[in-house]
Design a protein around this ligand. Structure first.
Ligand code: ADP
Ligand code: VHF
Length: 344
């Protein structure tokens, strides 16, 4: 029986104490529940908490990016050591996976990541991912680990993404948990205020943004409280937290990573004829380009817009945008192959 893939993201505040120490009681409880799930799923854990666990080692910590990077490099091994200690009780080994944006935007690198995770699963090992904070500056950063969890879920074709946090789910204006969301629209976004936990990055807006992306790609997302008794097991069964129902998604699995949007680096404006051609599943040729709005390199993902600036598609570049010119000899130059274009 093939195991379905499940991504479990754990936010900083839910696994650390108010003083920033790793909360071993909660880690013990997480490992107990995860070991149960490991019998029937291929699991990817995405754990925040490296910065929180390491910040006490930085004198006069103010949260500057350089301090966060240093704190993360101290905190991540401590965090992983704690997971390893508690998973050992269930004879489960864990692996560290530090991720950067290019590991997703570059298909070759993503396939390397995939191969590694598959080897780990074959050996009963659970990968624990986190952003590679040590080398992430503001431009290259994932917006937070909610994004990383979603990109992993979309890239691996997960059936479920669990976003574990410090609150019991998405709360409505009366403070009650919204049990089910069929459409993450502006009304739902308006419930999320800018508040985050003291150590969290994105808050509820980020969770809703990425839950929207994942559910559009056909993946169910549950936003739930990690400290709810048996919260993880209940969230898998949809018995706690906020369940965001998946949409019917016709994009083939291979192209979902392309369409996830947050990996886009470039932007190309094309004319009406080219729009028509790509909608008919033809390749994109240089002859239809009106302008390179934002340059991109070979192998990067770019957005295709029409002359009204509406987004028509995203595509994987076969050439660098520098090669696009209006020289008539170049008219048949293929910018993206039909199979690498996702119409939106
Ligand atoms: N409508 C809402 N429902 C629940 N939590 C909300 C809402 N709006 C804002 N929040 C805030 O989102 C925070 C959770 O996000 P965050 O701190 O980033 O968590 P994590 O570290 O788990 O990623 C909570 O502390 C909560 O105050
Ligand atoms: N990579 C950082 C976490 C960043 C982050 O997304 O935090 P959170 O909003 O708590 O999930 C760390 O490990 O501290």
């Amino acid at each position: 029986m093939t195991k379905s893939i499940l991504v479990l993201k754990l936010g900083s505040a839910s696994i650390t104490t108010a003083k920033g120490a790793i909360d071993e009681t909660i880690i013990a409880d997480i490992t107990r529940q995860v070991s149960e799930l490991a019998q029937n799923h291929h699991l990817i854990l995405v754990s925040s908490g490296a910065v929180a666990a390491g910040m006490k080692y930085i004198k006069n910590y103010k949260g500057k990016i350089s301090e966060r990077k240093a704190a993360a490099s101290i905190g991540n091994p401590l965090l992983l050591g704690t997971y390893a200690k508690y998973f050992q009780q269930y004879n489960i080994s864990i692996a560290q996976s530090l991720c950067e944006r290019q590991h997703f935007s570059n298909r070759t690198q993503f396939l390397q990541l995939k191969e590694t995770y598959e080897e780990l699963w074959k050996n009963g090992v659970i990968p624990i991912a986190n952003e590679n904070d040590v080398v992430s500056n503001l431009e290259l950063k994932f917006s937070d680990n909610d994004e990383l969890a979603t990109l992993l879920g979309v890239g691996f074709g997960a059936s479920l993404i669990l976003l574990g946090t410090s609150v019991p789910g998405v709360l409505d204006r009366e403070g009650n948990v919204v049990e089910r969301i069929d459409s993450i629209n502006n009304e739902i976004f308006s419930l999320a205020n800018k508040k985050t936990s003291e150590v969290g990055l994105g808050g509820m807006t980020s969770k809703l943004t990425f839950a929207h992306l994942a559910s559009t790609m056909g993946i169910k997302v549950v936003i739930f409280g990690v400290r709810t008794p048996d919260g993880i097991l209940k969230a898998v069964r949809g018995e706690t937290g906020t369940v965001c129902t998946p949409k019917n998604c016709s994009i083939p699995a291979r192209n979902k990573w392309l369409a996830s949007g947050s990996l886009v680096t470039g932007r190309l404006m094309i004319d009406g004829g080219a729009c028509e051609a790509i909608r008919k599943r033809k390749s994109l040729l240089a002859v239809g380009v009106q302008s390179v709005v934002t340059p991109f390199a070979n192998g990067e993902i770019f957005e295709i817009i029409d002359d009204q600036s509406s987004i028509v598609a995203v595509a994987l570049a076969k050439i660098s945008s520098d090669m696009i010119s209006h020289d008539s000899k170049q008219h048949n130059l293929e910018i993206a192959n039909a199979s690498d274009i996702v119409i939106l």
